[in-house]
Ligand binder design. Structure first.
Ligand code: FAD
Length: 297
């Protein structure tokens, strides 16, 4: 069994210093629901770390601040339950809540963070399409300072992302929601919970006088990274909200997907799911934008 050191710094500066000092051999720990499992079953995937840097005690990673004019800053280690228990955040960012409330089960949600879900960077991660739909910006820190990356550019391949070994994700910034805004994340799994998405769709809309003003659609589990389908936003902008435009969105999602065959689904099955899930998520996002409610899952 390999010896691994553990530290729990109190400040951001300390954490940055530790990662700089230990380079690729140190690994941040948020909720640990991915990291602890990987340390046991597949440490090679995370470069056999020698030092675990627990970031949960650092204030910047625990920030959860929202106002209708400033938007939402979500610290990278905030666990899911704190997000969906916040009524103002739940109302403003419904797609985020859809994802936070279905990751794992209630015990996992007590620990798992959206930041950890993003940094783990699997194509099937449930929060990432919702983050893309909500037009999120990632705030990253490293020894040379801070930088911002649009969330759709964060993942670079399966379990890979733009972070350098000495960088950390500090927080996620959600812009204030527009008037007539709605969002939805749904996924398909063969059972009700505790499974990996065969496919997933995160959607947001802004409506204006019965038309789509803007639309963002992102898909899970159908490409090497979570996939923003820009063709849908381009095609639907200015179009009426009706069955024909929603069907067109589904068709474009199916066309954009480039999934693999595996034990959970074939290429054809996953492409079909992209069509169905996009149409359903889009319809639900429209309902929300019009002030209606949709079933939780
Ligand atoms: C039983 C079970 C069920 C699950 N169900 C789902 C599910 O339904 N949907 C789903 O998407 N996932 C699921 N997961 C996976 C996991 O719970 C999520 O990915 C979770 O959101 C990860 O967050 P965390 O805080 O636990 O991250 P951690 O495990 O702490 O970290 C994950 C990775 O990100 C890195 N990291 C963490 N924070 C930072 C940071 N701030 N900066 C840089 N790197 C960082 C870590 O080093 C590690 O490599 C499940 C896991 C389990 C065990």
């Amino acid at each position: 069994m390999k010896w691994i050191d553990y530290v729990n710094p109190n400040t951001l500066d300390e954490a940055v210093g530790l990662l700089k000092q230990h380079g690729g051999t140190a690994r941040p720990l948020a909720g640990g629901t991915d990291l602890i499992v990987l340390l046991r079953v597949n440490p090679e995937r995370i470069n056999n770390p020698e030092l675990i840097v627990d970031i949960k005690g650092i204030p910047e990673f625990n920030e959860l601040s929202y106002s209708p004019s400033a938007g939402l800053t979500l610290g990278a280690a905030v666990p899911c339950y704190r997000i969906y228990q916040n009524e103002a955040v739940a109302k403003a960012y419904p797609g985020l809540i859809d994802a936070a409330a279905l990751i794992g089960g209630i015990q996992i949600q007590g620990r798992a963070s959206i930041g950890g879900n993003l940094c783990n960077s699997t194509p099937s991660a449930d929060s990432i399409p919702a983050l893309i739909a909500h037009n999120v910006t990632c705030n990253i820190i490293g020894p040379s300072g801070t930088r911002q990356v649009a969330v759709e550019d964060f993942c670079t391949g399966p379990s890979r992302n733009v972070l350098q070994p000495d960088e950390m994700l500090v927080s996620l910034y959600f812009p204030p929601p527009n008037k007539n805004f709605g969002a939805r994340y749904i996924r398909f799994i063969p059972r009700n919970e505790m499974d990996i998405a065969v496919a997933g769709a995160g959607v947001s809309v802004v409506l204006s006088n019965g038309n789509f003003d803007s639309v963002r659609v992102a898909l899970a589990s159908v490409a090497p990274t979570p996939l923003l389908v820009t063709d849908i936003g381009d095609a639907l902008s200015g179009q009426p909200v009706n069955e024909s435009s929603i069907n067109e969105a589904g068709r474009l999602a199916k066309e954009a997907a480039s999934p693999i065959d595996d034990m959970r689904g074939t290429v054809e099955y996953r492409k079909h799911l992209c069509d169905v899930l996009t149409r359903r998520a889009l319809t639900a996002a429209v309902t929300r934008a019009q002030g209606g409610t949709v079933d939780a899952h």
